[in-house]
Design a protein around this ligand. Structure first.
Ligand code: IMP
Length: 431
């Protein structure tokens, strides 16, 4: 398929890194369109672990181009650190990477503001990654942001940076009673960083449209997940970008009607980091067991992830609102050894009504009780499975049930972190 997209179906951390790495093998161009270095995509190549925060997953593949689109917010220090780390491990990043000049930058005052606003929110904090993502997008929307290409024009950049710093200094002092640390060389430092990256800067929209015109295979790489989308997610406990399929067009300049295939990745259970509603969360030993078996600790912040059963109500909502063609089911191996496994199939609202659609109101979501269907578990180690026929019957029944609930075919299943621990399901789960 010439233009495909892969997004996260849940609250991020679904294992997109591995799926994108696998699909990137057949792509010519891989494009990130949203988020920033709040993401952490983990890939294992020949037992070597790579965690990518900003750079698209095609970077580990020979001959692929990788574009950071205009919808991404770029922390230049983090980007250069990531580039240097990959180069030190033998990856020729500068041959493979391109940056859209329209991407907005994250400055140290954004990171500082992220911490201050979280502190200000107190018990209502979002539990952000602390990377300055929200404040950078807020500046973009309020038109005080600074784009990568702006830095190339010294006069323009000086003017915009001093206006932004004056505003941040005033807000920090007057609202938060904090001083913005003296950073006299921010202008020169940023100019030097951009000088290093200058040859990689392109008009991303024009680039990706031209690639499509030439018949190149393009893969759009989502970050985070649908439930963290600014509009579709559990607002305000979301990130500040459009994480779903709808984010692709705005975040890259690629017309929506040219996307051929929309795919998503979901874990066989649910996790979430940060605050916010999580209907099927398990607060008991079973939740801890999922965390231990799945090694559920954040790739970016190291925070323990909240764990719970697969939520079919949430998954159905995410599938429907993104018009998906297929699902990659990951971490199925983590469920081995449980006597029974649960699936959230509905919610009981505080008023006693039972629903099977995802409610939009925060107050409703916070008071609901999940209706959980228990299914027989399986004891077998499935990490060497190569096809759906290799899975124990109760495991196949579980996957078939998830597929039926989502209404979208499961096209691939992952049973471990390695590149080879993933197989296709040509006819979906119900063979
Ligand atoms: P922010 O994106 O740092 O502003 O964080 C907003 C919310 O999104 C917090 O709950 C974060 O934990 C969550 N979040 C952001 N990026 C990721 C991710 O890559 N995986 C999982 N959660 C994320």
């Amino acid at each position: 398929m010439p233009a495909s997209a892969v997004i996260g179906l849940q609250w991020g951390d679904e294992g997109k890194g591995k799926v994108i790495d696998c699909l990137a093998a057949d792509a010519d161009l891989v494009v990130r369109y949203a988020g920033g270095n709040n993401a952490g995509h983990t890939v294992y190549v020949d037992d070597q672990k790579f965690v990518l925060h900003l750079i698209p997953g095609g970077i580990l593949h020979h001959g692929k181009k990788n574009l950071i689109g205009r919808g991404v917010v770029l922390n230049l220090e983090a980007l250069l650190e990531e580039i240097d780390g990959l180069v030190a491990r033998g990856v020729p990043v500068e041959e493979r990477l391109l940056l859209d000049g329209r991407a907005h930058l994250i400055f140290p005052y954004h990171t500082k503001m992220d911490g201050l606003t979280e502190k200000w929110r107190g018990d209502g904090r979002i539990g952000t990654t602390g990377r300055g993502i929200g404040p950078a997008y807020a500046d973009k929307v309020s038109r005080t942001g600074i784009r990568l290409s702006d830095v190339l024009d010294a006069d323009l950049f000086r003017e915009r940076l001093s206006a932004a710093m004056a505003e941040k200094t005033a807000v920090m002092e007057k609202v938060y009673g904090e001083k913005l640390a003296d950073d006299a060389d921010l202008f020169e430092r940023t100019r030097a960083q951009v000088a290093r990256l200058q040859d990689l800067i392109v008009d991303g929209g024009a680039y990706v449209r031209a690639a499509a015109d030439e018949g190149q295979t393009i893969l759009f790489e989502g970050a985070q997940g649908v439930m963290l989308d600014l509009d579709a997610g559990t607002y305000p406990y979301v990130t500040s970008s459009w994480t779903g399929i709808a984010g692709i067009s705005g975040g890259t300049g690629f017309p929506p009607n040219r996307l051929d295939r929309a795919l998503a990745v979901t874990k066989a259970y649910c996790t979430r980091v940060g605050e916010g509603p999580f209907p099927t969360e398990l607060h008991c030993d079973t939740g801890q067991r999922l965390r231990d078996q799945g090694n559920e600790y954040g790739a970016t912040t190291g925070r323990p992830r909240r764990c719970g059963w697969f939520d079919a109500v949430q998954a159905r909502y995410s599938c429907a609102s993104n018009g998906l063609d297929g699902i990659f089911l990951t971490n199925l191996d983590v469920l081995s050894g449980f006597e029974s496994v649960g699936v959230g199939v509905g919610y009981r609202l505080p008023c006693g009504t039972e629903v099977t659609d995802y409610p939009g109101e925060l107050s409703t979501l916070e008071g609901i009780e999940p209706l959980v269907k228990e299914m027989p578990g399986w004891q077998e180690d499935i990490t060497a499975a190569n096809s759906i026929e290799d899975l124990p019957q109760s495991c196949r029944d579980y996957v078939a049930f998830l597929e039926e609930q989502m209404g979208v075919p499961v096209i691939s299943i992952s049973v471990g972190p390695g590149r080879e621990q993933m197989f296709h399901c040509p006819q979906g789960a119900e063979v």
